[in-house]
Design a protein around this ligand. Structure first.
Ligand SMILES: Nc1ncnc2c1ncn2[C@@H]1O[C@H](COP(=O)(O)OP(=O)(O)OP(=O)(O)O)[C@@H](O)[C@H]1O
Ligand SMILES: [Mg+2]
Length: 230
């Protein structure tokens, strides 16, 4: 459960770039809105990468400002560009690094890393340089790295934006099959519809919050583009 209580993010000069008060309990929450509307800012508040200037954000009752480390163990975060989070030369090393948080004997850590890589169908890529992989392969590896430690919540900022049709479908399938709560942003409105609840962000505020189909229609109306054929 994620709770935004009067959370406001202000930047230099006092300008408010986001304010939100809402509770997210649904398993799938999508966030849509124009470039610069505040979607990534909203997501970054969830794992304490960013703390609100006023108000608070809580994850399972833990305040992101006071218990940032514990929150980050609970919330996995996937960036749009996997190269911004894959830090090791190969995927296998990155998954093993992620598993270090579990403080396992090294043989057990290697075994668990192999399991994770197989579960996501990327074990055959695990020993190649991450720079020799395609964008889609990297994105799935980045997901594997984050999910290796089984966070209770996954936050994904435009996880399919850089992907072709096939990898887009693959990543969406992986996300659809996850047990945990997932909050994601996307500019792909079909993907947004795969959630149970959709937030529309505009000018730093959540301007619509509800059923995905209605949220998408609202977003289209904001942009002044009705659904084709209507
Ligand atoms: N540290 C900062 N200082 C000043 N302005 C910032 C800062 N961080 C974000 N902003 C501004 O806040 C606004 C919201 O940014 P954000 O990245 O959340 O948008 P977004 O909805 O994710 O957009 P996109 O669809 O392009 O990813 C933008 O205008 C951005 O320039
Ligand atoms: Mg963004």
């Amino acid at each position: 459960m994620i709770e935004f209580a009067g959370a406001q993010v202000r930047v230099d000069g006092g300008r408010t770039i986001l304010e939100a008060s809402l509770t997210l309990r649904e398993r799938r929450v999508s966030v849509i809105g124009a470039n610069g509307s505040g979607k990534s800012t909203l997501l970054r508040l969830i794992n304490g990468l960013l703390v609100p200037s006023s108000g608070s954000v809580g994850v399972f009752g833990r305040d992101t400002r006071k218990e940032g480390r514990a929150v980050r163990r609970t919330v996995g975060f996937v960036f749009t560009d996997p190269l911004s989070q894959l830090v090791m030369p190969t995927g296998r090393e990155d998954v093993e690094l992620s598993l270090r948080a579990r403080k396992l004997p090294s043989a057990e850590r290697r075994r668990q890393a192999e399991d994770v890589l197989r579960r996501f169908g990327v074990h055959h890529l695990a020993d190649r340089s991450i720079y020799d992989l395609s964008g889609g392969e990297r994105q799935i590896l980045a997901l594997a790295v984050v999910l290796a430690v089984e966070p209770r919540i996954l936050v994904a900022d435009e996880p399919t934006t850089l992907l072709d049709l096939r990898n887009d479908a693959l990543v969406r399938d992986i996300i659809a099959g996850l047990e945990q709560q997932v909050v994601f942003t996307t500019h792909n409105l079909d993907f947004a519809l795969e959630a149970e609840r959709t937030l529309v962000v505009d000018g730093g505020a959540v301007v619509f919050d509800g059923v995905p189909a209605e949220a998408v229609a609202y977003y289209r109306s904001l942009v002044g583009r009705p659904v084709r054929g209507t």
